[in-house]
Design a protein around this ligand. Structure first.
Ligand SMILES: Nc1nc2c(ncn2[C@@H]2O[C@H](COP(=O)(O)OP(=O)(O)OP(=O)(O)O)[C@@H](O)[C@H]2O)c(=O)[nH]1
Ligand SMILES: [Mg+2]
Length: 262
């Protein structure tokens, strides 16, 4: 018989929600996740937000056994918060983790579709740029940044992923085990690109599912020119590295690894 805290075909799932100053959003997003996917557990990974998000998270956890909080010392970026959340999930025997923003941009109502896709995949990317997806209320400059960033990532890294920068994803723990997470150095958006690249190179099964993405309504974005610059130089450096490796492989006549892509 199926246990009530297991997602069919996937197992125990932990939704990791990183937060920095999301006091206006965290209760609403947790409530929506609980309604949309009652079987999952939620971990709020808060970087000691000055606006008191951590205390609100504690109150939510006190009232609901499906909610837990990871208090971190200070702001270290999205990537570090996710890596800590992934480690937390692995230590506690979860079979899959979900990445989700706290600001409502990632609709919890799309989560059942992502989890259904995870039955036959190791990584599910909630995509803004695949057929059937919708992007609501985004200003033109953000649309252009996302489209341009994804085009550049695809060209530089040769990944068949339409939304490599997107942060609404399901990872099976077995897929994370196949990736050298110790090598991950990204802090901002490039964290998503770096994980896409490593998953692609590891040959795990990746699929994209269309999502409805909405601009945040409350609170401040943590997007900054520094985060964009980090993504740009890292993608460029990875592209150069991949090409050098391909040339070396060609010189030594080594066969390339097989990548499964349903
Ligand atoms: N723990 C932690 N969470 C962070 C940090 N930076 C951002 N976040 C969270 O990561 C998620 C995404 O951040 P956003 O500011 O929404 O960034 P974004 O979605 O790329 O930008 P917008 O589209 O402008 O909202 C949110 O839940 C943030 O609270 C950080 O340094 N530490
Ligand atoms: Mg956001």
């Amino acid at each position: 018989m199926r246990r009530p805290d297991e997602v069919p075909g996937v197992g125990r799932v932990l939704v990791v929600i990183p937060t920095y100053n999301e006091a206006d959003n965290i209760a609403a997003i947790v409530g929506r996740v609980r309604r949309a996917a009652p079987a999952v557990q939620i971990l709020i990974a808060d970087d000691n937000s000055p606006d008191g998000t951590g205390a609100i998270a504690d109150a939510l956890a006190d009232g609901d056994a499906h909610v837990q909080v990871l208090h971190r010392h200070g702001k270290e970026g999205l990537g570090a918060a996710y890596l800590a959340g992934f480690g937390w999930a692995r230590e506690r025997g979860y079979q899959a983790v979900v990445e989700m923003d706290a600001d409502g941009s990632h609709a919890p109502e799309d989560l059942p579709a992502l989890l259904a896709a995870a039955r036959d995949a190791d990584v599910v990317i909630g995509s803004r740029w695949t057929s059937g997806a919708r992007v609501l209320n985004w200003p033109l400059r953000r649309l252009l940044l996302s489209r341009g960033g994804n085009l550049y990532a695809r060209l530089a890294l040769g990944m068949p992923v339409s939304d490599a920068t997107g942060g609404y994803r399901v990872y099976r723990i077995s897929a994370l085990d196949a990736i050298d997470l110790e090598s991950v150095t990204s802090q901002g958006y490039s964290f998503q690109v770096e994980l896409s690249r490593l998953a692609h190179q590891a040959g795990v099964r990746m699929v994209e599912v269309p999502i409805t993405f909405a601009e945040r309504e409350r609170g401040d974005s943590k997007m900054s020119p520094r985060i964009v610059a980090e993504a740009l130089w890292r993608i460029t450096a990875w592209g150069v590295q991949d090409r050098r490796q391909a040339v070396r492989r060609g010189l030594h006549g080594t066969a390339t690894g097989q990548v499964r892509w349903p």
